[in-house]
Design a protein around this ligand. Structure first.
Ligand code: S3P
Length: 480
């Protein structure tokens, strides 16, 4: 372990870190590495605005970028494990690259072998990092890293960009503190920057009021190095990539369905061993070209290699209930996950009431669902989605404002919203608050609206979907 940095011994006197944009350069994988190292792979071009215009029928087959949730986890578990983890299909979006830099700062060796191919050599634990852990805009990255790091005797400062600094961290740190970790805050309690003192944890039993995969995962990752058996009960089953990947790295994780929900149990003290991880296509990203296929007349769009883990496919079920012509071919397994090629054909859609119990399986997809619902006959009711208000932005407020600006009838509620569809006038500039999903959803909307739709601050699309614009243009979309 590296010695503790000076000035870490008093929570009260912790200074606000100066800047949070340290970018450790990643090791290159020898002369064969065909692309720039990670520190150079930030948003290369970032136009102020992007505009989507009514487009002719979209046609073609594309591959979804790697799944963001699994990519974060692959880096983190690879760093916690002993030995080599080789990852293929990793999402090289800004959020995930920030997690890669973080695990390198915690002592792992991270090398890029080629497009989407990375090698992480873990030391079976984290070291105290030299600088601030900058998680950029990534809520998943920071919360999972906090959980992972809390189990080791390290000190670390976590920070992020302006949007991440507004997001609640107490939902994770409160439980990590119950386990024995300590968090000190430079400013308001529960908001980044946060200073962790980790180690000597004890297991807890946590019952969630709202299902959150991030909270579950942070507790389980901490529980791996805690004394005793940690359990998390979730009322609805949230994405289970952490459980699946922990098993792939050699840990035992028990999942039991009870009357009150699902209980996940993990005994502390289990060692992880590096392994191969294959990351399938991200259903949240695939949703954008597929939505465009549903709403642009005459379209037939296929996205290949989409992960079909049923805890992630709530949107596809919802679309099918709305009358979407959505078909899945070539079902197979890849990297321990169900995968298939999904085709969307232009469809006459109708509004439906989305079951609230489905929220966890499509929480990131409500913005693109709302854009799709703007072209459905009748009202689509989306309730029980208050969590949308604490994502990269207040996604209920921004979708309501954006759709209204485009002439769509929308009603806002504290924990949800209703969209009444038909034809969409468009002809507006939409404020995205730097939220990638707000930007992509309105650009898709613009492809079938009467007048063009412009979004501001589209640079953040690179956090989850680098190459989005090029992929959409390749299908025939008029975005520029
Ligand atoms: C994620 C869980 C979800 C989701 C996020 C990714 C994950 O957040 O919104 O984009 O990878 O665990 P919550 O767990 O807060 O619902």
């Amino acid at each position: 372990m590296k010695p503790l940095a000076a000035g870490w011994n008093s929570g009260a006197s912790l200074a606000t870190p100066k800047g949070h944009c340290q970018k450790p350069s990643f090791a290159r994988a020898g002369p064969a590495s065909p692309t720039p190292p990670i520190a150079d792979r930030q948003r290369v071009t970032s136009p102020d605005h992007l505009t989507a215009r009514k487009s002719p029928a979209l046609r073609g087959a594309v591959s979804a970028p790697g799944d963001k949730s699994m990519s974060h986890r692959a880096f983190i578990l690879g760093a916690m494990a002993t030995g080599v983890t080789e990852i293929e299909g990793l999402l090289e979006g800004d959020d995930v690259l920030a997690t890669g830099r973080a695990v390198q700062a915690f002592g792992a060796t991270v090398e890029r072998l080629g497009e989407g191919r990375w090698r992480v050599t873990g030391r079976g634990g984290f070291e105290t990092p030299d600088g601030v852990i900058d998680c950029g805009t990534a809520g998943t990255g920071v919360r999972l890293l906090m959980g992972a790091a809390a189990g080791y005797p390290v000190m670390a400062t976590f920070d992020g960009d302006a949007s991440l600094r507004k997001r609640p961290m107490g939902r994770v740190t409160d439980h990590l503190e119950r386990m024995g970790a300590r968090f000190d805050w430079s400013g308001a309690s529960g908001l980044l920057p946060a200073h962790l003192t980790g180690g000597a944890l004890s297991a807890i039993d946590h019952v969630q009021a709202v299902a959150s995969a991030q909270v579950k995962s942070a507790i389980l990752l901490a529980g791996l190095n805690a004394k005793g058996t940690t359990s998390v009960v979730e009322p609805e089953r949230s994405r289970d990539h952490t459980e699946r990947m922990l098993r792939a790295f050699g840990a035992e994780v028990a999942v039991e369905e009870t009357g009150a929900g699902w209980t996940i149990r993990l005994a502390g003290g289990q060692a992880l061993s590096g392994t191969a991880v294959s990351v399938p296509g991200d259903p949240s990203s695939a949703a954008c070209p597929l939505s465009a296929g549903l709403i642009v007349p005459g379209s037939v769009v296929t996205v290949e290699g989409v992960m079909l883990n049923t805890l992630r496919t709530g949107l596809f079920e919802t679309w099918i209930e709305m009358g979407a012509d959505l078909t899945i071919a070539n079902r197979r397994e890849s990297g321990g996950e169900a995968v298939g090629d999904v085709t969307a054909r232009h469809s006459a859609l109708k509004g439906i009431v989305v079951p609230e119990s489905r929220a966890a399986s499509m929480i990131d997809e409500y913005p693109i669902l709302a854009a799709t619902a703007a072209f459905a006959q009748g009202t689509t009711v989306m309730r029980g989605v208050g969590e949308m208000r604490v994502k990269e932005s207040d996604r209920i407020a921004l979708m309501v404002a954006g759709l209204r600006a485009c002439g769509v009838a929308v009603e806002e509620e504290p924990e949800g919203f209703l969209v009444t569809g038909g034809s969409v006038p468009g002809g507006a500039t939409v404020h995205t608050a730097n939220d990638h999903r707000i930007a992509m959803s309105h650009l898709v909307l613009g492809l079938a609206a009467e007048a063009a739709v412009t979004v501001d601050e589209p640079g953040m699309i690179a956090t989850s979907f680098p190459g989005f614009v090029e992929m959409m243009r390749g299908l025939g979309a008029e975005i520029g």
